[in-house]
Design a protein around this ligand. Structure first.
Ligand code: ZN
Length: 226
């Protein structure tokens, strides 16, 4: 499970724990501007283990890989102190080109050595920022390439691919009720600016960046639709 400590990957982690007998998490330290996401990973795992005994039994090791080299080959608002703006392709400059391709390849190498055959990621092309490496077609092609390259079938599961953010909140509630949606509000991180001081109904964040905006709008639609 590619686990960042954000809302989407936490929903996916719950989904994987509900579905599979054994789940390990993997995260990447690539010189993010803010360390809060990496801290959130630890808090989310601990809270899941404490509050959901049926999942605690299935939750295996966490792997945190040092991908500092990604900072060397990118020049983005995530790794430098620059304002978030849109580039010429209409993508936010928070984009690290091909980031998910690299993450899945590293996850596949670890999974292979651990005897695991499914990779789960929280990518979504319904309600997203336009990252081409989040697209379903990209990940289908990658699944084939990785399986051929390892000479072992490796499945890529993306349970959020066709859900909007409101549906992701609904899935979270379906999997773990209000204890899980409360856990997502309290412990996951989405804000591009790393703000953990402003608490809203939907969680912590600046409330103004594109990531906060998506999260707030999704939460509002979910509350209205309940
Ligand atoms: Zn924000």
């Amino acid at each position: 499970m590619l686990f960042s400590g954000g809302q989407d990957s936490t929903a996916c982690l719950a989904w994987a724990l509900d579905r599979y007998a054994h789940v390990e998490t993997i995260g990447f330290d690539y010189g993010q501007r803010h360390r809060v996401e990496l801290d959130c990973r630890v808090h989310v795992r601990a809270a899941l283990q404490a509050q959901f005994p049926r999942w605690a039994r299935k939750l295996g090791d966490d792997h945190l890989l040092d991908l500092a080299l990604l900072g060397q080959i990118s020049d983005t608002a995530l790794t430098d102190d620059r304002a978030i703006e849109m580039n010429a392709q209409g993508l936010p400059n928070t984009f690290v080109p091909g980031r998910n391709l690299l993450f899945f390849n590293f996850a596949a190498a670890v999974a292979y050595r651990r005897g695991l055959s499914v990779l789960v990621g929280g990518m979504c092309e319904t309600d997203y920022s336009g990252y081409p490496d989040c697209r379903d077609n990209t990940l289908r092609a990658l699944q084939v390439a990785i399986s051929l390259g390892l000479d072992a079938p490796m499945t890529i599961d993306t349970p959020l691919m066709w859900l909007d953010k409101a549906q992701t909140w609904a899935l979270t509630e379906q999997l773990g009720g209000s204890p899980l949606t409360d856990l997502v509000v309290e412990h996951t991180h989405t804000c591009y600016l790393g703000d953990r001081t402003h608490r809203h109904a939907w969680g912590y964040g600046c409330g103004l960046c594109p990531a906060c905006e998506l999260r707030r709008n999704g939460h509002e639609s979910w509350i209205k639709a309940r």
